[in-house]
Design a protein. Structure first.
Length: 171
């Protein structure tokens, strides 16, 4: 058995109509669903209890935002916080976030991203509804800890399932 080190990635080609999905591992993106969070906090409205979900929305169904399914991401139910240690070399955090499509037109949530406990400017301080996901791209350079927060919308915890699709750190 001989093992040789490959110095550069091998070239791969396929006709585009035949490509169903492309997942790259070990590259510049580190998906949150592939990392272990350092802390999860859930603040129940009554006696309910929701866990976060990896690569799914909180009930275990696939992530759906803006009419599209997503393979990677995390799902939270309002009101919850999910915290990750920022991997060494990470320069950005990116995600699409909003109420899961299955919440219908009545779903509404507020989201925040905190860097070392301080809220970041996401470009929109508003309630998110089924009108389409919010694209997030923020600087993570020098940040030690990043927290995703899903908070109640106008209906409180009702239909408060939040998808953070394609949530990832980028080196």
């Amino acid at each position: 058995l001989q093992v040789r080190e490959v110095q550069r990635p091998a070239a791969v080609s396929a006709p585009l109509p035949r490509v169903a999905a492309l997942d790259l591992f070990g590259g510049r993106a580190l998906y949150l669903s592939d990392l272990k969070p350092s802390r999860y906090e859930y603040f129940p409205y009554l006696d309910d209890r929701w866990e976060y979900a990896r690569d799914a929305e909180p009930t275990g169904l696939d992530l759906r935002l803006g009419g599209s399914p997503y393979d990677k991401g995390v799902g939270l139910h309002s009101h919850a916080r999910l915290t990750y240690a920022v991997p060494p070399g990470a320069r950005r955090f990116e995600a699409l976030v909003g109420p899961d499509d299955r919440t219908g037109s009545g779903g509404a949530v507020r989201v925040r991203v905190l860097a070392d406990g301080r809220p970041l400017d996401l470009g929109a301080d508003r309630e998110l509804t089924a009108g389409g996901p919010l694209a997030i791209g923020v600087d993570a350079s020098g940040v030690k800890e990043l927290t995703l927060e899903a908070d109640f919308g106008k209906d409180g915890p009702v239909r408060g399932r939040v998808d953070w699709a394609d949530a990832r750190f980028v080196k």
